[in-house]
Design a protein around this ligand. Structure first.
Ligand SMILES: [Zn+2]
Length: 448
């Protein structure tokens, strides 16, 4: 029964959430589209295709549904549907389990690249995977920060973020020396640059950026240069129990473009503009609003939820655009977490590791209550959006990481289908985007 449910869920995910369509290049060879798939927000690659491309040896065991890979004198064992990976017989964990799809074994692309020390670079809807390492060559000062120059193009992934601290990982890169920078004038407590081998076989560079409370770091990249700048942080005035705190989560970003329309519009860019506009409407109406990303960067899904949990938000709203083969499909969808005590306990374990029985019980109770609230909020949001004239497809449960890991009521809104050419064209018009933002903001405002 459980298996049937799982298969049904996977099928549903395959049918409903082609959440991003990108081109994948493995060592500069274009990979046929059937060799990679997206499930929810995760890009998966056909294991054998990736391993052949990088020249790794491997053995598939069909009885146990396991794949043993030999890579740089290490043996790595992946199991179907398991987040545990055995590296030289010691367990390590990945957040997204390998899956068998159409009788073929798929690995989560980004995590596998991190594990193997492969470099990932994205440009214009293409994801490129390289095996050669990009060395950090030097850094130089700019008026409002620092620039770091790499030998070859790189992309960074935000693996942790809080108010003052940012951890950036650059997969497939290395530095021959560690750097430690501090700059009182720019409000930089420290920028620490060092190789990390945490959870991986090969080193990658980790940047730790800590700023003074009144400053925030803004990180951008261009080919082989990583720019770290600081700017003044607008500190929202804290008024106890009067203002509601909303965290808006612009989906995707950086390495992950999200869905791409036929005219080349990126979901990640649209939802970022949309989120900023929703934020400004809500702020005018006395809400405190935080965004999980302010720039075109990839932020780990768990980190987005942790960010909202740390803020003690009253509501978490993730904004996305959908995509489907049938380009006539359009309309808004609102998702909330499908309650399951069993699967939430697994989520808790992934988020916190082992917790006391009492803590688990309290957290489960809290999530159950907030999930009930999420469902009501989702329906309420639908009603407001419908009244404003938007076409609504459905309000349904969806097991997305961001709304699963959040502790407060949380919804994920697919604001429309970017695969629909009319909608994609409309999104180019600022007045259309602003109206959509205003309607979403109103639907949030109505909840409080
Ligand atoms: Zn999306």
């Amino acid at each position: 029964m459980k298996n049937t449910k799982l298969i049904a869920l996977i099928l549903l995910l395959c049918l409903c959430t082609f959440s991003f369509s990108v081109e994948v290049y493995l060592l500069e060879n274009k990979t046929p589209p059937e060799k990679y798939k997206t499930l929810g927000d995760i890009l998966y690659v056909h294991a054998v295709t990736l391993l052949d491309a990088i020249g790794a040896r491997y053995e598939w065991n069909n009885a146990s549904k396991t794949l043993v890979v030999n890579w740089n004198q290490n043996s790595i064992l992946f199991s179907n549907n398991s987040q545990t990976v055995l590296i030289n017989n010691s367990p390590a964990y990945i957040s997204n389990e390998p899956l068998i799809l159409d009788n073929r074994f798929f690995l989560p692309l980004l995590e596998t690249c991190k594990l193997f020390g492969l470099r990932v670079v994205t440009k214009e809807g293409q994801v490129h995977v390289f095996s050669e390492i990009s060395y950090l060559l030097y850094y130089f000062s700019i008026p409002d920060g620092y620039a770091f120059n790499f030998q070859l193009p790189v992309n960074f992934v935000i693996s942790e973020q809080s108010e003052e601290r940012l951890l950036l990982d650059v997969y497939g890169s290395m530095t021959n020396r560690d750097w430690f920078l501090t700059n009182a004038r720019l409000g930089i407590d420290r920028i620490q640059v060092a190789n990390s081998t945490q959870d991986t076989l090969k080193a990658f560079i980790r940047f730790e950026i800590v700023t003074k409370p009144d400053r925030q770091a803004v990180v951008t990249q261009e080919n082989g240069t990583l720019w770290i700048r600081t700017q003044n942080r607008v500190i929202p005035e804290i008024v106890v129990n009067t203002k509601n705190k909303i965290v808006i989560d612009p989906g995707h970003g950086g390495i992950d473009p999200g869905a791409i329309g036929n005219r080349g519009t990126y979901e990640k860019n649209v939802v970022l503009s949309l989120s900023k506009a929703v934020k400004s409407y809500l702020e005018k109406n006395d809400f405190i609003v935080y965004l999980t990303r302010e720039n075109d960067v990839f932020v780990d899904l768990k980190q987005r939820a942790i960010f909202a949990n740390n803020k003690g938000a009253d509501l978490f709203v993730s904004l996305h655009l959908n995509s489907f083969e049938d380009i006539s499909v359009q309309g808004v969808e609102v998702y909330y977490y499908p309650w399951s005590e069993e699967s939430y306990k697994i989520r808790l374990n992934r988020l916190y590791g082992a917790l006391s029985e009492e803590t688990v019980k309290a957290k489960v109770q809290r999530k159950l209550l907030s999930t009930n609230q999420s469902k009501k909020y989702a329906e309420n949001i639908r009603d407001t959006l419908q009244k404003s004239g938007l076409s609504i497809r459905k309000v349904i449960p969806g097991d997305f990481a961001v709304i699963a890991y959040t502790e407060m009521p949380a919804v994920l809104i697919e604001c429309g289908y970017i695969s629909n050419s009319n909608f994609e064209r409309d999104l180019q018009k600022p007045e259309v985007l602003n109206l959509l933002a205003e309607n979403i903001a109103k639907s949030i405002q109505n909840l409080f």
